[in-house]
Every structure is written in structure tokens, then in C-alpha cells.
Design a binder for this molecule. Sequence first.
Ligand code: ARG
Length: 461
Amino acid sequence: AAGKLWGGRFTGGTDPIMVQYNESIYFDRVFYSQDIRGSISYARANTKTGLLTEREFAEIERGFKQVLKEWQDGVFDIKPGIDEDIHTANERRLGEIIGKEIAGKLHTGRSRNDQVATDMRLWLRDQLEQLESYLIAFLKVIAARAEKEIEHVMPGYTHLQRAQPIRWSHWMLLYGSFFASDLERLREVRARINKSPLGCGALAGNPFNIDREAIAKELGFDGLIMNSMAGVGDRDFVVETMQWGTMLMTHLSRWAEDLIIYSTGEFSFVKLADTYSTGSSLMPQKKNPDSLELIRGKSGRAFGHMTGLMMSIKGIPSTYNKDLQESVEPLLDHIKTVGDSVQIATGVLSTLNILPENMLKSLSPDMLATDLADYLVRKGVPFRETHHISGRVVALAENEGKPMDTLTFEQLQGVDNRFEKDVLGVFDYQKSVEMRSAKGGTSRGAVLEQIEAIKKTLAAN
Ligand code: ARG
């Protein structure tokens, strides 16, 4: 343990497997720039407390600029067994460049506990900004298609049984509303992440009266994590991010499942572009919706990372414990999975071919049974009664072995004499969707209003 930052009290060596088990450099190096940025701000604040001279600070800043460049150029030389994590690696290299005399002053009053929490928050807020842009791009495709393809009518399902006609756009906007909520939640989560833990020290706070607010401001944080023990021991921001991402992935998964069903030969409502499909090594005719299946599958993985971390932290005592290092890898994978999935979904939707004639062919007149009942409601008959009357019409058509809309006016009158000549006008799918004109319904006007609502969410920030 001699070469270690914390080696002073140690005499024995570390088990080589323990070294590996403990080190995080091979994944937390993604925080290299955040770590350097945080360190420079911390050093600047320490020139105000008098712990560093202006000249020493200039040296630290100069040294870190070189370290940053080495990372960016891909030439940073990680020392296996020495560079335990990104914090030790950066400090070790800084010492080599500017000398240990000055570099050794940097960590005064600071701990890797407040350091790693700072790095993660800085990194995550940038990632969420990127994810926000992906989500916005996806929602724009949804809104644009919904507007352009508003004509097309398809079967709407409950229990995956044909239920009532809807606009194809209405289906797209159902997910649009889910994803718009995901976007709103993302902005809320980001606001909670963007608070500074720097200056919390190991757990009890900073003994040199460092100006935490100045550091936070310089790093672009909107305020502080106030309690120092909370600052170092909190990974709720990671859990919350993954809860957000899991909910988004759940929406994407259901969306993908719908499209997988709609793309089967039996449905044939949509056809996936070749770009997002793959073939079979054995069956020449196959074109498989792998992109959608992967979205569905990866949602499980995103969920797993979230629950895994919740299990890891639920029983640990307060403040920093090494268990918290286990929050990093799931987070990295989770963010990548969510980002990739939203981008793939955007690609799938923007290249998707629809087959409106098949949607139309899949509509059946019995899907208008509710409309038939509503017709009599408009004539003043109580719905509970009209439901039965319409049911008898469905049964009659079934017994006759012909579609409901081919029954004659006389046959309908035979079921109930309150049917009048205009009843035949009920059997019209376009008319049926236009009837649903109350807010949030599937009529043209109600659909256009939903598109406007999504556009409003996109613009808000
Ligand atoms: N690599 C550690 C992590 O990711 C940094 C903090 C280590 N602190 C400590 N006292 N061992 O959590």
C-alpha cells in the first residue's frame, strides 16, 4: 500500500484480487473532465481561504490543463494498481507535472467522498441534457407524423380485441403523451441533481471556511446539498435518474410491443424499414423487428440496474460507504441504454412505412356497436337499454352470418322500432371517429389539440 494516497498507516500489501476488486478507474475515468473541473474550482476557492497562493493556484490550473489534454488525446497513462480511481489518477499525474510540493496541497479539506459525488452530478446533468435533446427529437417526429397522417383510421384495441375505430395519429399521440411526461420529469430530475456537494469534506464539513456557494456557482450548480453528511452519502440522485429512465423504457417497451404486433403478417399495419430490421440465417423470407425487440428487452436491463442499486443502498449506514461505488457502473450502462433506445426508436418511427388500406380492412362493422347504442341514446333512450338493443343487433348479424352494416332497415326496426331511416348513417368509420370530439378524443380537432399540447411541452423549459 506504499504507493497509495492513503498508504501512511499501512504496512502490509494488498491482496492483488482486492486491488482489482477495489479499483474503479476502468469505469470512473469517464468523469475525468468533471474531476478536473471540480478540482480547479476547489483550488480557486482555497486561494481565498489563504491555503494556496495565487502562484500555486496558477500552477495547479496549468498542470490540470495538461492532464485534461492527455485524457482528451487518449494518451493518459493509467498506472495499474496505483491509480485506484479517477481522483487518485488525476492527482498523481498532477504531482508529476507540477511537483508534489504544490499538488500535495490540493486535497486539503476535501475528500474523495465529496469529490466523487460532485463528479457524478456534473457528469449526469450533462448526460441528461443530451437525453433531453434525444427525447425532443423523438417527440418532434411523433408530432409531425401525427399531423401528416391524421386521415388514417385503424382499429383501436382493448384486451387486444378490436374495440372502436381510432385515428392512427391518436395511437401515436398516446405514446406522445407518455413521452411528453417523461420529458417533464427529466427536467425536474435534472434540477434536483444540479446541486453541489463539494466542500462537504469526508462527512463533517470543511474546516477552512471554504466558500461552498462560490464553488457551486463556478461549477454551474443551482445551490448546495446543505447537510455535509447527506452530501457524501446521497445516491438518491442516481436512483431517481434510473427510476425516471426505467419509466421511459417501460413506455418505449410498450410502444415497441404495439409495433411488433402491428408489423406481423396477420396485422400488416406497418412495415419496418430495412435499416431497423434483420434477417434470419435460416429462413430466407424473414424480416425481423430486432430493433423493437431490443428496446423491449433492454427495458428489463434498465429496470434491473435501478432495482439493483436500490438494494445496494437500502441497508448501508449513513454517509459514505464503499458500497456507493456500486452506483457508478449501473448508472453508466443505464444512461447509455436509455440514450441508445430513444435514438433507435426515433429512427424506427421516422422510417416506418404504414399500410393504411390494411388498417381500414381490419375494421369491422361490429366495432360500431357502441355508436349504434349511442344513436338511440340521442333519441332519448337510456344507455343501459340501448346497450342491450345494440347487442341484439350484433347477435342478429352473427346469426344471419353477415356483417352488421348489411342488415336491412326493416331488420333493425324488427329489433327496436325506435330506429329510424338515418340509422344506416351510423355505419361509417370516419363518422365514428369524428363523434369523439371531446378533449383528448380521436376526432380530427381533438387530435390536433393533442399535437399542440406536445409542441407546448417541447417549447417549455
Ligand atoms: N471511487 C470511490 C467511489 O466511486 C471514490 C470515493 C472513495 N472514498 C473513500 N473514502 N474510499 O465511490
